[in-house]
Design a protein around this ligand. Structure first.
Ligand SMILES: [Mg+2]
Length: 388
């Protein structure tokens, strides 16, 4: 419908998987698809595509109801519930893992599923790229989204396309405090980096084109550990970027993933590893339950319909990035249980490691260091109170 805003909703959850945390079972995808097909028939959604990356079931939907719409969120919730029933019938691993609540209460955010949604007036040609990652966390998109929307060495259009030349606005979320800050690139690049270099806490949530305020990108920001207060699976994120005609080209968007940067996640959500860009056929986790992977699906949105997808990382042009990721995998794995392969103590708080350490608590005896240690905690970085 021309002039009307279409909404693209990507909602995902791990509702149980085949062979440990390896991959989604096709029957659970069918169960979710049936619910969405029914909703499409009733006119609740315009179009949909169901897929999976590793153990995460992905629902991609278009509709005209806006972001955070209760009807759409309930639809996704019901699709995950139906898929969970199948997962339980089949005895799949961790069936219903990400559904942290028994009851739906108007919005899936905070209940476990990850959500990336954006609403816009369709351009005559509307290409979008949908990213879906497994075995990592929302902050994994900080580095590539910075490169896509703020780094002219990645995105030539920032220099040569007049519609992008003013730069982009970054909305950065503090997931510990529930606060948001809007910063402007390129003027505040160093401030942006000062925050998003701590991806466990500061997450790029949305990006807007500065010249007209058009939405350019959105990332899911749900962190399951922080919702549940314990490790219940990693917060495998999803993201959307609009492409071409005043936005970065599809190739500029993909280019940011040619460097397999280190992200948190992988085995037991407790390790750093390279983010490997793969096609759907390789979107299944094996070695040490990883390494972490990201899939990029390209769609055109036309009259509200999802046209596609194109499996964008299923291309030999990313073979070298994958090879580098394999080398980094070997290198990181040789650290075994040592940091920085294993995550730092703040992140390990949410795992079962404290239970192990608790046993040793009484075996520590006082020891004269010969100095009084001055321990500093920056509240901005750790989320803890500052102690004198
Ligand atoms: Mg997963």
């Amino acid at each position: 419908m021309p002039g009307e805003k279409v909404t693209l909703s990507v909602i995902k959850a791990d509702i149980g998987s085949l062979a440990g945390h390896h991959k989604v079972h096709p029957d659970t995808m069918l169960a979710a698809s049936r619910i969405l097909a029914e909703a499409k028939k009733k006119g609740v959604i315009k179009s949909f595509y169901v897929t999976h990356v590793g153990d995460d079931l992905q629902l991609i939907m278009t509709h005209y109801k806006g972001v955070d719409n209760p009807e759409i969120h309930e639809l996704a919730w019901n699709a995950f519930k139906e898929a969970t029933k199948v997962a339980k019938d089949l005895g799949l691993y961790a069936a219903g893992q990400d559904l942290l609540s028994d009851a739906f209460s108007g919005n899936v955010r905070g209940l476990g599923p990850g959500v990336a949604e954006m609403e816009f007036v369709e351009r005559p040609s509307e290409p979008v790229v949908i990213f879906m990652a497994d075995k990592t966390e929302p902050g994994a998109f900080n580095l590539p989204f910075y490169k896509i929307f703020a780094d002219p060495f990645n995105t030539a259009g920032l220099v040569i396309d007049p519609r992008m030349h003013d730069g982009f606005i970054f909305e950065i979320l503090d997931v510990f405090e529930g606060k948001m800050v809007r910063l402007s690139a390129p003027e505040e690049l160093y401030d942006i980096l000062a925050l998003i270099g701590t991806p466990s806490r500061y997450v790029i949530k949305r990006v807007y084109r500065k010249s007209d305020g058009e939405i350019a990108g959105v990332v899911s920001s749900e962190r399951l550990n922080l919702i549940a207060g314990k490790y219940v699976g990693k917060d495998d994120p999803v993201a959307i970027a609009r492409a071409q005609s005043g936005f970065p080209a599809v190739g500029e968007i993909l280019e940011a993933f040619s460097f397999p940067h280190l992200v948190a996640g992988w085995m037991r959500g407790s390790h750093h590893g390279p983010l490997m860009p793969v096609g759907l056929k390789d979107a299944k986790m094996t070695r040490f339950d990883g390494p972490p992977r990201v899939v990029a699906l390209g769609f055109q949105i036309h009259n509200g319909e999802l046209i596609g997808p194109a499996d964008l990382f299923d291309d030999p042009a990313f073979d070298e990035a994958r090879r580098l990721a394999q080398l980094i995998t070997d290198y990181m794995r040789r650290h075994g249980p040592f940091m920085p392969h294993r995550l730092g103590p703040e992140e390990m708080e949410y795992t079962t490691l404290p239970q192990v350490l608790k046993k040793l608590h009484d075996r520590f005896k006082p020891y004269e260091l010969g100095y009084k240690p001055v321990i500093k905690h920056s509240e901005e970085l750790s989320g803890e109170e500052i102690h004198d």
